[in-house]
Design a protein around this ligand. Structure first.
Ligand SMILES: [Zn+2]
Length: 354
């Protein structure tokens, strides 16, 4: 069933380039992208820096889903970061880079090994630690128990990341509707029909339990910087995210792959960006094209109304609803585009004026 065609006429102002230099602080290598091609896209739209947050993996897209394959971080360091000084950076997943096998804590040495590999990758140039959503939803210990996000056995990892000045970018839970029954009333019904493995209805921990677990590790490690992606994975409730940022000064958020959520509440989202302008990082989190970046700039910079956006995997024509631009002041744009990333990620080597 195709949606009716809107007759609304509004002007369209798609920026060719971002108004200020951009650091894409949350993205991945979806397959083995050619760095020259990536730089061409980045230069065309004004993206100065690209952070591959899963630097010790590649994420090939197969059978309607991304899989994680581990790869030595030195491949990315040599072939991207060192070849183009100041344009690329990487986080490592350390030993959390595991796919297919749910047993994460196979023995008592997981934490020691993860710390050792984190230290090694930081020495090789990684500037942060990335943890994907499998923690809390999928990973189990050797006894077969689901590992909560705030499992005490993992605390030394968060502690050590802080000592290494490596921010922890941790994805916990997913959109609210991914945890609800998959039926016509679900606002992500089409998405979940196409990607059934994105549904966490009936998960061991509820979405709210997962967020509470996450917030406990954030509160329990005040000397570690946490970057909570996708608007702290709760963009449906900006009051919650505001309180979280008020409570924990060691938290930043990014809004990667969530302009759909923010753009359907443009008044609240604009107030939120202005109130927390020092805490928000730019990220796309999808295969990069000029059109995708320009849509993000349109969302942040213009007051355009009722427009489309790319879906979670960067496709057009899958909008669940339309979005509205935030028309942010220049001072806020500068912070969101690059200043906050440079502050949150202290070892980041991105050169803005090239
Ligand atoms: Zn991501």
């Amino acid at each position: 069933m195709s949606a009716p065609e809107p007759m609304l006429k509004r002007p369209c102002h798609i920026p060719e380039k971002a108004k200020f230099p951009v650091i894409d602080a949350h993205n991945h290598l979806f397959g083995d992208y050619d760095h020259e091609e990536m730089l061409k896209v980045m230069d065309e739209v004004g993206v100065r820096g690209f952070i591959n947050v899963t630097g010790n993996t590649i994420l090939p897209y197969e059978n309607n889903c991304y899989t994680i394959q581990r790869r030595d971080i030195r491949v990315f360091v040599e072939n991207y970061i060192k070849l183009h000084q100041g344009r690329f950076a990487a986080f490592t997943m350390s030993d959390f880079a595991q796919w297919g096998d749910p047993m994460l804590l196979k023995d008592n040495n997981f934490t020691d090994r993860a710390i050792q590999h984190l230290e090694e990758d930081v020495a090789r140039g990684a500037c942060g630690l990335k943890v994907t959503k499998e923690l809390g939803l999928f990973f189990r210990d050797s006894a077969g128990s689901m590992i909560p996000v705030d499992d005490r056995r993992l605390f030394p990892v968060w502690q050590r990341a802080g000592e290494l000045n490596a921010p922890v970018l941790i994805h916990v839970s997913d959109p609210v509707a991914f945890f609800l029954p998959v039926d016509e009333r679900n606002e992500h019904y089409q998405t979940l029909q196409e990607f059934p493995h994105w549904s966490f209805h009936g998960s061991h921990f509820s979405k709210w339990e997962l967020l509470e677990q996450r917030d406990r590790i954030v509160g329990g490690h005040p000397k570690t910087t946490f970057i909570l992606p996708h608007v702290a994975n709760n963009p449906e409730d900006l009051d919650y995210v505001s309180k979280l940022l008020d409570r924990f000064p060691n938290v930043y958020i990014d809004f990667s792959a969530r302009i759909d959520e923010l753009g359907r509440q443009p008044y609240s989202a604009r107030d939120f960006f202005i109130a927390y302008q020092g805490r928000v990082l730019f990220g796309a989190d999808m295969p990069v094209t000029t059109n995708i970046y320009r849509c993000y700039f349109r969302f942040l910079e213009t007051n355009d109304e009722y427009f489309d956006y790319p879906d979670y995997i960067g496709r057009w024509g899958h909008s669940r609803w339309k979005i509205y631009g935030l028309h942010l002041p220049d001072s806020v744009l500068k912070k969101v585009y690059h200043e906050n990333a440079l502050r949150a990620i202290s070892n980041l080597d991105i050169i803005l004026d090239g």
